[in-house]
Design a protein around this ligand. Sequence first.
Ligand SMILES: [Zn+2]
Length: 248
Amino acid sequence: MGNGSEKLERLLAVQEIDMEIVELEKRREELPARRAEVAGEITALETERETATEELERNRLERRHRESEAETARGKLAKYERQLNEVKTNVAYSALLSEIRGTKEEISGLDDEILDRMERIETLERRIEEVDGALEEKREAARDELEAIDAQAVEVDRRLTDVRARRETKAAEVDRRLYELYDRLRRKRRFPALVPLKGQACSACFARMPPQVVQEIKHGGALHPCEHCGVLVYAEPSERAQPADVGS
Ligand SMILES: [Zn+2]
């Protein structure tokens, strides 16, 4: 009989370690989300800065293009104005005037666009400066918290490595058949796979167990599957009959 409860104690020790692993894994999985939450405002500002910088570059490029076009148009206008003194006919003269008017309109349009671009450039430069200030502030504020989260991740990983190694040692000490029963349940997400008897019932689903099965659990230190929910039911040491009681 003592052998039966020793087997049970060894398996319970493995389940206890597995519970610790489940807990640690849960904590580990929560850390990236917490990190993202803390870093969220920073990420948003970084994205805004990137978008503003791209727009700034685009505007600077457009401004240079329009300036170069305006430069060309001014050259053309100067040439037309010189030609005014050389034309001989009224027809040629009014054709030239019309060219001059068209070119002046073109220059005016380009100058308007250059001015718009310059205003946009100034706005963007100011916004980028503001974002940089806010980023510095937020990064400073979040630094400690992010460092703490990263340190926790390292710590949880270290503990998981330790606990998994400990589990391997403990699992090797368990009776193979029992271990496989347990492990099959655990992998099917029936966890905890081992639950104590509560009164006459399975403490996972509260289904009553047949009196004969209850006796076997209490007296034999044995595990018995609950017919209702499938977990393995055992008796807590205080519920177990002393070996002397057996057969009495
Ligand atoms: Zn049950």
